[in-house]
Write a protein that binds this ligand. Structure first.
Ligand SMILES: [Zn+2]
Length: 82
């Protein structure tokens, strides 16, 4: 089973992939409407927002949680020096 390189979500059916294309390395939550992958900053913003809303952390804690999650993912391993 493949995992999204940008958020780590398991992709089980073709609908889970960007544009419904199992050849893609990332999921439908990590792509733009045209099928290109979101940037680090875009993904960080959406992940921070998700953590902020679901885990009750303040915004600063949510941002650092999102950064450490993203540091584990193949798409961003060159970005974690920021
Ligand atoms: Zn994803």
């Amino acid at each position: 089973m493949k995992q999204c390189i940008a958020c780590g979500m398991p992709m089980e059916t073709s609908e889970d992939f960007a544009m419904g294309d199992p050849g893609k390395e990332y999921c439908r939550y990590c792509c733009h409407p045209d099928g290109t992958m979101q940037s680090y900053d875009e993904k960080l913003a959406s992940l921070t927002d998700f953590i902020f809303k679901t885990q009750g952390l303040d915004e600063k804690a949510a941002t650092s949680a999102a950064k450490s999650m993203m540091a584990e993912l193949p798409a961003w391993k060159n970005e974690n020096t920021r």
